[in-house]
Design a protein around this ligand. Sequence first.
Ligand code: C2O
Ligand code: CU
Length: 450
Amino acid sequence: MITRRTLMASAAALALQPSMSFASIPDLRAAPADVRLGPPDLPTTAVWAYGDVPGPTIRVPRDGRVQRRFVNDLPQASSVHWHGIRIDNAMDGVAGLTQQAVPAGGTFDYDFAVPDAGTYWYHPHNRTWEQLARGLYGALIVEEDTPPDVDRDEVLLIDDWRLTQDGELHDSFGSLMDWSHAGRIGNWVTVNGKGEHTFEVQQGERLRLRLVNTANARIFDLALGGLKAWLVALDGQPMEAVEEVEALTLGPAQRADVIVDVTAEDEAFVISRERDGDFAISTLRVSGTQSARDTDPVPLPPNDLPQIDLAKARTSELVMEGGAMGGMRGAMMGGRQMGARELAGEGMTWALNGIAGMPEEPMMDLALGETVSMRLVNDTGWPHAIHLHGMHFREARDGTLGPWRDTLLIDPQAETAIAFVADNPGDWLLHCHMVEHAASGMMTWIKVSR
Ligand code: C2O
Ligand code: CU
């Protein structure tokens, strides 16, 4: 029997939760914010953030779904890209290709399955060179069915900011000087939004560190001190064999999962090695001891990725050209051949296969299931971080397949190849993840047709 009293109570509860009365999904809201990136004597910095810098860590089980209503409270249009996820194309978040940019004040519902366990991240895909630099990013963690045996799992989002003396974001967004050189390189490094990132550990503890490079363009040369470390995953995907490491390089957007045992007695470090000296970007303060494990970590359970048969591969080529000190010989833009000067006037200083900026037609039109082997030729004086959306690839140097990746660093004037199976239908970007390079020409796309 329902009494009047319970009816009133439930009606009141309903009234208090108007948004819960229909199927609703959690918000991911982007808006201006003030954060403390530096030491206490540095003023706060006006940024754009998904709540805070970094945005919330989204954790879901493998084969689960991510559901977020993106709410755009920024002063300009935006979108959310889920980097490294083998995602449904309509949810890939590429403004101008897979969706319209979400206008200021607008919303967009993202709802997609995550097939692979691992370390991923999210960031805008509209004016990324500005929006990423202003602080819009967060981690997306897809958990293994059986997680590895560690005491703790820490996500470390490593970023590079260009700040003024007053701690404000330097307003040199869109500088053609940066775009034609190394990109927007900063002067202040943070981990999880903190200039002096630190956490407490015990000697003997085993941790999983998920390292993510969220910088616009900076390549981090990392070393680990006071830790015994094993590399277990790159770009989210497990390594076939666990490898002991002391250092690793993370290009923009790349990730590395390392399992570490704390061996130091007082402090352990994640170190950035720079030309003008090393510095700790994260300090693990040791207090107390626990008994260390006496076995090495085992490989993470593999994700269900396709077999690559190079013998069956269709071949193609991606030639990178342009940039300062190498020379843009001219390129196609908007269907017309232009000289370097004219291109620069349009903000274009790089080209892929002789085309500057997003071509009308895809670079390749692939049938679902086709295998591709793509030669990458860096004919520039700069390193690039080539990223493919929607599918993982393996470096295929001299016929040997390397680890699975979604972003590959390629040195100046170097040459390599990648191979992948086009098993995800849709329109997928292929671009340099030094986001200034992408904005000034290094951007193309491939089509996978059903
Ligand atoms: Cu993080 Cu188009 O990429
Ligand atoms: Cu580049």
